[in-house]
Ligand binder design. Structure first.
Ligand code: AKB
Length: 319
């Protein structure tokens, strides 16, 4: 029997790109997009879409049954910066959504789950450079606490109920097809849009704030690769560290300038600086490399080149 896939959060930064890639692999009719708001034109016109609030367990079950869903990618979540301003709702959304999906697998209604964790599971006392898989996890943000708690529940459901759930700890993600919403790493996407539209950007993190980042192509590939690898290769059922490249606002600005864009960056630090300060600067992803052969391909130079090229087309700006 072919797998039928439900992507929850198809209008978000990852969902917008993941649905299209999954449809190429599994066929348009086998990948159902879902969100509380409509997804991109490309998604809406190329396959099934369901309006779905994942905290509504009854509606979720109805959608899963209607489309004979076997696999779920749960991407709906409130990210770090927004969660700090919406503590109770962020906790409810991030935890209820996960339990609703884990329980579907526990009851054998679905077979496999992808659930994203984040570098936000680490905290201010964690080793900052090449943070290992099993480093100290003492997050001090609502988002980080929800992701760490989610990791523990994923491992628990795997051990106790044999639920086939896999997860990766995403760094900050950069892509041109959609904009991020509510994260601390969002600056690394907005900077490209503003560079091309206004030739200037005011950054909410200080110039030397180094964070782990990843290009969306790598993130989508990692997501699909861990779902497709044999279950016995997945030795870690909480969540895997994965690394792309690390850089700070000053370095990304220098790359943008080196591509002949007239550009100035200013700094106006806000509450997101404290969140960024609590996170690692770079990640050791050797466990993912060993277990399911993960390897990132994009560096800052390639990301900058690709982002500017694609956004120039999007905004109809000539070189
Ligand atoms: C955020 O900034 O909140 C996210 C993340 C690192 O998980 N991009």
């Amino acid at each position: 029997m072919r797998d039928n896939i439900l992507v929850i959060g198809s209008s978000g930064q990852i969902g917008t790109e993941l649905v299209i890639e999954l449809r190429k692999i599994y066929g348009n009719d086998h990948v159902v997009a879902s969100d509380i708001i409509p997804s991109s034109e490309e998604i809406m016109s190329s396959g099934p879409y369901e309006k779905l609030d994942v905290t509504d367990a009854d509606k979720l079950l109805a959608v899963v049954k209607k489309h004979h869903i076997t696999q779920v990618y749960l991407l709906a979540a409130m990210l770090s910066a927004k969660a700090e301003k919406n503590v109770n709702f962020a906790w409810k959304l991030n935890m209820d959504s996960l339990f609703n999906i884990l329980n579907l697998a526990k009851e054998k209604i679905i077979k496999k789950i992808f659930w994203p964790s984040s570098i936000a599971v680490f905290g201010p006392n964690t080793k900052k450079e090449l943070t290992p898989q099993c480093a100290l996890t003492e997050p001090n943000t609502v988002y980080g606490i929800s992701k760490l708690t989610g990791e523990r529940w994923c491992e628990y459901y795997f051990n106790k109920f044999n639920v086939d759930v896999v997860s990766i700890r995403y760094p900050g993600l950069i892509g041109w097809k959609s904009e991020p919403g509510g994260g601390t790493t969002d600056y690394a996407v907005h900077i490209f849009h503003e560079a091309l539209k206004n030739n200037t950007y005011t950054c909410f993190l200080s110039e030397k704030t180094t964070l782990p980042m990843m290009y969306m192509n790598d993130a989508i590939r990692a997501t699909i690769e861990i779902m497709q690898t044999k279950a016995e290769n997945v030795k870690i059922r909480s969540s895997y560290n994965i690394a792309g490249c690390s850089f700070n606002p000053m370095q990304i600005a220098a790359q943008i300038k080196s591509k002949q864009v007239e550009f100035t960056i200013n700094y106006k630090v806000d509450f997101r600086q404290e969140i960024a300060n609590s996170w690692p600067q770079s990640i050791d992803d050797s466990e993912a490399m060993k277990d399911w052969k993960w390897k990132a391909q994009c560096n800052l130079e390639k990301i900058t080149h690709d982002m500017l090229d694609n956004l120039r087309i999007k905004y109809n700006i000539s070189k």
